[in-house]
Design a protein around this ligand. Structure first.
Ligand SMILES: Cc1cc2nc3c(=O)[nH]c(=O)nc-3n(C[C@H](O)[C@H](O)[C@H](O)COP(=O)(O)OP(=O)(O)OC[C@H]3O[C@@H](n4cnc5c(N)ncnc54)[C@H](O)[C@@H]3O)c2cc1C
Length: 444
């Protein structure tokens, strides 16, 4: 584990960042990137000599992948990524489970299905080329009763329809050969699923963008967008002009969309996902990835066990309303974000439609024993004493005014603008494919 983190530290130093384990806002989040000054002498160049022809708002994995793809498809074009934090990849990208999702869950024909299947292939190739730690270790999806077996069978069909290969339904004896401590009565083996270090992916993307002539400017929160002959973008680092604006602002994408004069038809509702870690002496309980059969009505997969590429096993994440869009702790409250969420009729309609699910997730956040009970369905031997509090991430989940969670990736086009308005999991896996999709949708 230390070896990889050191590798990242060296990499970030070369890029002009410093590193640490602090997350933004001094939280206990899970990003390996810390706040660090970006080389300030690049900014004047950005503003005068090289007015960019496309500006990407948001230096998460989707914004960076899009910048890379723009530079690959249109060599010589001026591409700048504007990131509000002091280093890229500080929010969803730096706080996720580190899983490479291969496309099992998603409705055949949906953007998620297409881009996850294509995305995992591209991401694996990218990791191999850039020496990024990753492993296609496979996972088991566990059914614990007959109703779940039937849903598991539907998943199997869905996986086949999405073009996955090697899927196998396992009986109890076969499950035990792979995961000797697993519970449940049947499982689906998904051999194409994997794990990766997304922080290292971000690092490699920034390096490639810079080597292709693009730039990533940090401490550059976008505060205004003014339409004229071209777009003028007001940021904390000064103003920039661009022909094209691509909004990849993650948890703030709906607000950035609003800056272009659009109505906020969809609203980002922040759902925090909390993790525990298995103590070192309990890690023998899990070999690879163990997932439950998810409820098809929700885009969240249910708490699961994930082996991390840098070592250790995580359990989670649940899904509870965060009182701040970047609220990695239960106690983080941003009055503006909270007001924005609770005055949205969609959220109340959602709570009325799914009260059981809301209470269940809330309970799992408040009670370690209850959280552990969910995990015991997957691995009966796990006990609350085996778990230590881990970090958390916040999902940017778009919700409709009717209270529906938008399931698919969602892009919206405006006047020389493209807005990524819903890019939840598996958008990290699919980021390179999402970048290609975005670049195909814009014309210079
Ligand atoms: C708990 C959790 C677990 C997950 N697990 C997985 C997984 O295992 N596998 C997987 O594939 N996906 C997973 N995901 C989903 C995945 O992490 C996200 O879909 C992906 O990281 C989205 O990337 P992004 O670039 O759109 O958003 P982000 O990473 O959030 O990046 C958006 C960026 O925009 C910046 N920004 C916002 N507003 C402004 C502004 N006004 N000006 C300038 N910059 C701005 C932010 O600072 C941020 O850096 C998980 C997500 C969470 C939260």
């Amino acid at each position: 584990m230390d070896g990889t983190v050191n590798q990242e530290k060296i990499c970030w130093k070369l890029l002009g960042y410093t590193t640490g384990r602090e997350a933004p806002n001094g939280t206990s989040g899970r990003s390996v990137f810390s706040k660090a000054p970006y080389s300030a002498n690049r900014r004047p160049e950005a503003r005068s000599l090289r007015a960019p022809s496309s500006l990407i708002i948001g230096g998460g994995i989707v914004g960076l992948a899009t910048a890379r793809q723009l530079l690959l498809k249109h060599p010589g074009t001026r591409v700048t990524v504007l990131e509000k934090e002091e280093a890229p990849g500080q929010h969803q990208t730096g706080h996720n489970s580190g899983v490479l999702h291969c496309g099992l869950y998603y409705t055949p024909g949906s953007l998620k299905a297409q881009l996850a299947v294509e995305g995992i292939r591209e991401m694996s190739e990218f990791c191999t080329k850039n020496d990024i730690p990753h492993e296609i270790c496979g996972k088991l999806v566990v059914a614990t009763n007959e109703a779940e077996v039937s849903r598991m069978n539907n998943l199997y069909e869905r996986g086949l329809a999405n073009g996955l290969t090697g899927l196998r339904k396992l009986c109890r004896e076969e499950m035990l050969e792979i995961e000797p401590h697993i519970g449940g009565i049947a499982a689906l083996k998904v051999p194409q699923e994997g794990i990766v270090n997304y922080e290292a992916v971000v690092c490699a993307l920034v390096k490639e963008i810079e080597s292709l002539g693009g730039q990533v400017i940090t401490n550059a929160k976008v505060t205004g967008l003014i339409e004229g002959n071209q777009w003028t973008v007001e940021t904390q680092a000064g103003d920039f002009d661009a022909k094209w604006i691509i909004n990849c602002a993650g948890l703030h994408c709906d607000r950035v969309n609003q800056l272009t004069g659009q109505k906020r038809d969809l609203r980002i509702i922040p759902f925090r996902g909390e993790y525990y870690k298995l103590k070192e002496e309990s890690q023998y309980l899990v070999n690879h990835l163990i997932y439950p059969v998810p409820n098809p009505e929700f885009p969240f997969l249910g708490v699961h066990f994930t082996r991390l590429i840098n070592g250790g096993i995580e359990a989670g994440p649940n899904a509870v309303l965060a009182f701040a869009r970047e609220g990695y702790r239960k106690t983080n409250v941003n009055p503006y974000d909270l007001f924005d969420a609770i005055t949205y009729p969609g959220l109340w309609r959602f709570a009325v439609k799914y009260p059981k699910m809301c209470l269940h997730e809330l309970r799992s956040s408040l009670s370690k024993n209850f959280f552990c009970k969910q995990l015991q369905k997957l691995v009966p031997a796990v006990q609350p004493e085996d778990l230590i509090t881990g970090g958390a991430g916040v999902r940017a989940q778009a919700m409709s005014p009717e209270g529906g969670l938008v399931q698919d990736f969602h892009f919206a086009r405006g006047n020389n603008t493209l807005h990524v308005l819903n890019a939840p999991s598996p958008a990290a896996t699919a980021s390179l494919a999402i970048g290609s999709e975005i670049v195909n949708q814009i014309e210079f």
